[in-house]
Ligand binder design. Structure first.
Ligand code: GLV
Ligand code: MN
Length: 195
C-alpha cells in the first residue's frame, strides 16, 4: 500500500535522512547490479530467545534497492514450540508461505473474530493490513516461513513489547486497568522483558 513509484527505481541513499515517503535516491551513476540483489535471507536466524523465534528483514533498511517500490520480505525461523508473538504491521498487508514445519497461523479482525489454520510446507496465508497476527510452531522440529509485504517498510508493533517494554514504560495504572489485574501481575510481565 505504499505510493506508486515515479521512476524505474530509486536505490535508497541510507545516509541521507528519510523524508516523507522513503529515502532519497542514490545517484544513478553510482547504481550497480548489486543494488538489486540481496543475500540476507539465506541464513537461518538465531532462535535462542524467550520466544524461540527469529525475524530477518529484507526491508528498505536492509535492502536499499527496495526503496519506493512498495514491497519487502521477511524470513522467520522457529524453534520447536517457537512463537512469532502477536504483532501488527501499520503500513502493509502480509502474505506468507510455509517452507518447512507445521505452524498455527492466525489473525484477529477489528470485529474481534479470530481466523486461524494449521499450515504445512507450501501452504500460504494472508494477514490484512494492520491486523494483529501470530505464528506458533506446533510441530516437534524447526519451522521456516517467508513473508512478503506491500510496503518497503511495513513496520511492526509487537504487542508484548509495545505494552510491557516501551521506553519509558506505560504507567502501571494504565495496564492494571486495561487488563483488570493487580500491579503484581503487570510488574511480573514487565520483568520478563527487562534485559
Ligand atoms: C510474520 O508475521 C512477519 O511479520 O514476517
Ligand atoms: Mn507479521
Amino acid at each position: 500500500s505504499d505510493p506508486d513509484p515515479l521512476q524505474d527505481f530509486c536505490v535508497a541513499d541510507l545516509k541521507a535522512p528519510m523524508s516523507v515517503n522513503g529515502f532519497p535516491c542514490k545517484p544513478e551513476a553510482e547504481v550497480t547490479s548489486g543494488d538489486f540483489f540481496f543475500d540476507g535471507l539465506s541464513k537461518e536466524g538465531n532462535t535462542t530467545n524467550i520466544f524461540g523465534w527469529s525475524v530477518t528483514t529484507a526491508n528498505v533498511l536492509a535492502f536499499p534497492g527496495l526503496n519506493s517500490l512498495g514491497i519487502s520480505m521477511n524470513r522467520v525461523d522457529f524453534a520447536p514450540g517457537g512463537l512469532n508473538p502477536p504483532h501488527s504491521h501499520p503500513r502493509a498487508t502480509e502474505t506468507g508461505v510455509v517452507i518447512e514445519g507445521t505452524l498455527l497461523v492466525g489473525f484477529v479482525t477489528t470485529s474481534n473474530v479470530f481466523h486461524s489454520k494449521v499450515l504445512t510446507a507450501g501452504q500460504m496465508f494472508v494477514v490484512p493490513r494492520g491486523l494483529v497476527h501470530f505464528q506458533l510452531n506446533v510441530g516437534v522440529v524447526k519451522a521456516l516461513i517467508f513473508t512478503a509485504f506491500n510496503s518497503h517498510l511495513p513496520g511492526s508493533a509487537v504487542l508484548p513489547t509495545t505494552l510491557f517494554a516501551s521506553s519509558p514504560s506505560i504507567p502501571d495504572d494504565v495496564l492494571t486497568k486495561a487488563f483488570q489485574v493487580g500491579d503484581d501481575v503487570i510488574d511480573n510481565i514487565k520483568s520478563k522483558f527487562s534485559s
